[in-house]
Design a protein around this ligand. Structure first.
Ligand code: NAD
Length: 495
């Protein structure tokens, strides 16, 4: 346990907001910067390089040069493995520093930055490092007259654009498979939480990733992000963020060089609890714990809860008894489980949804207001609406905040129909003791991940991604390599 408090450590932390291009910390070419403010208390953390087109050109140029001379792609997979594992080890050695940066930057509780974000991010990079020297290519079953090899090659220069809700983990989900496969990378973190990505690039260099292979261009979406989307020398763009911007990124790929465009987008996930749920306490705990985890700022948060009418009152009694545990607190105190909302824009969006829920006639049973205003930070009470109609905005749109919409049902088929009546398809769940019903329902739910009698299981070994407008890509697992590799056929005349 630290002998100094997290607040004392935060006061001593030196934060570097310069971009990371060609193995060095640099200012933006135009010397432009933006203020990085902490949502915890509004304090200014750093001035961060505001990269634009010229910086993106420099980063892509550096990545291209690194790819073309094969300083990374040409290393044996076992060598790349060693370096990525060293990076994971360095992340563990720097766990407190990375966790503190993450918490200060985006407001999540330090206990989770340490135990979830750093832990999962380093594990992701370690896992892809471990995997890369265990993958074999193929020989096609052609006639004896020739030999046809089917091989995987790195796609080249990968641009990754990521959101702010799990900044380090979303970076790791791209860095791990993209670098393990031998690509060069230009990463654009969110302007709302750029700090840990910048630090990861420094640690990667220290671990032995050659200069130019991993560049970070902090900046705004319509500047650095757009420049990457339209760049003629980026071979692949891996985007995680909102569905609105994801559509633009796909268009930019089409307008430019038809770079491979992979999208991991928003969600409005349905959690269906049947009256024969085998463990009501577990269902309540998962529903409440998962919607309020990370301040509700999770793409796969179960934000629509469908409860069978006959158990709804019992369910809500238990849920309302649990909710006070999630009252927002100081993110730099170990006991806190709900932290700050990332920035004033997101705060306004979430409070706007709460207002719309009230206006449209949903019953506010918990929360509904800003909290800890005296801290100077941005906090919202864990909020629950009952009596939600599928037509209401809080039932249809992604809120991305600590707001749960409760709907009830009497007919499971109708609940599944409503669950699927959304443009999104990221995650879903069903709770029932009847396994046949569970499997039929899981099959009927149009989502990339379906949980049965649980909600938040997670493992690097399983793919994560969406159906429909939740995106087309899959992060995590060996399937992620599909995004960062080209499939080559080589015909060899045998004679
Ligand atoms: P966002 O779409 O606003 O921004 C995401 C990234 O795109 C940021 O880096 C931003 O600067 C950049 N960007 C914005 N406009 C751009 C443009 N015109 N061109 C290029 N880049 C641009 O999303 P956000 O608010 O940062 O993140 C929240 C969203 O991310 C939610 O919808 C959430 O569901 C989603 N998300 C999805 C997953 C997943 O795996 N499916 C994971 C985490 C978050």
């Amino acid at each position: 346990m630290p002998t100094t408090t997290w607040h004392e450590r935060a006061a001593e932390l030196e934060i570097n907001g310069r971009a990371f291009i060609d193995g060095e910390r640099v200012d933006a070419r135009a010397k432009a910067r933006f203020d990085c403010l902490s949502p915890i208390d509004g304090r200014k953390l750093a001035e961060v390089a505001r990269c634009g087109g010229a910086d993106v050109d420099a980063a892509v140029g550096s990545a291209r040069a690194a790819f073309d001379d094969r300083r990374w792609a040409g290393k044996a997979p076992a060598e790349r493995k060693k370096i990525l594992i060293r990076l994971a080890d360095l992340m563990l050695a720097r766990r407190d520093e990375l966790a503190l940066l993450e918490t200060l930057d985006m407001g999540k509780p330090i206990r989770y930055s340490r135990s979830v974000d750093v832990q999962l991010a380093q594990n992701c990079i370690r896992w892809y490092g471990e995997a890369i020297d265990k993958l074999y290519d193929q020989v096609a079953p052609t006639s004896d007259a020739s030999l046809a090899l089917i091989t995987r090659e790195p796609v080249g220069v990968v641009a990754a654009i990521i959101p702010w809700n799990y900044p380090m983990l979303m970076a790791a989900w791209k860095i791990g498979p993209a670098l393990a496969a031998g690509n060069s990378l230009v990463l654009k973190p969110s302007e709302k939480a750029p700090l840990t990505a910048l630090r990861l690039a420094e640690l990667a260099l220290e671990a032995g990733v050659p200069p130019g292979v991993f560049n970070v261009v902090p900046g705004f979406g319509d500047e650095a992000g757009r420049a990457l989307g339209l760049h003629m020398d980026v071979d692949c763009i891996a985007f995680t963020g909102s569905t609105r911007v994801g559509k633009q990124v796909v268009q930019m790929a089409g307008q430019s060089n038809l770079k491979r465009a992979w999208t991991e987008l928003g969600g409005k996930s349905a959690n269906i609890v049947c009256a024969d749920c085998p463990d009501l306490d577990a269902a309540v705990s998962a529903a409440i714990g998962s919607i309020y985890f990370n301040q509700g700022e999770s793409c796969n948060a179960p934000s629509r809860l469908f409860v069978e009418a006959s158990i709804k009152d019992a369910f809500l009694d238990k849920a309302l008894a649990m909710i006070p545990q999630f009252a927002p607190g100081d993110p730099l105190i170990d006991a806190t489980v709900m932290g700050a909302i990332v920035d004033p824009i997101q705060m306004k969006t979430v409070l706007g949804f709460i207002a719309s829920g009230k206006e449209e006639g949903a019953r506010l049973l918990a929360g509904g207001a800003a909290a800890r205003v005296e801290s100077g930070g941005l906090y919202i009470e864990p909020t629950l609406f009952d009596g939600v109609d599928p037509s209401m905005r809080i039932a249809r749109e992604e809120i991305f905040g600590p707001v749960l919409a409760v709907l009830s049902f009497t007919d499971l088929d109708e609940a599944v129909r409503q669950a699927n009546a959304t443009p999104y398809g990221l995650a879903a769940a069903v709770w029932t003791a009847d396994m046949g019903k569970a499997i039929r329902t899981a099959r009927a739910l149009r989502a990339g991940t379906v949980h049965v009698n649980q909600y938040d299981s997670d493992d690097i070994t399983v793919p994560f991604g969406g159906y429909k407008q939740s995106g087309n890509g899959r992060d995590k697992s060996l399937h992620a390599f599909d995004k960062y590799t080209e499939l080559k056929t080589t015909w060899i005349q045998v004679g």
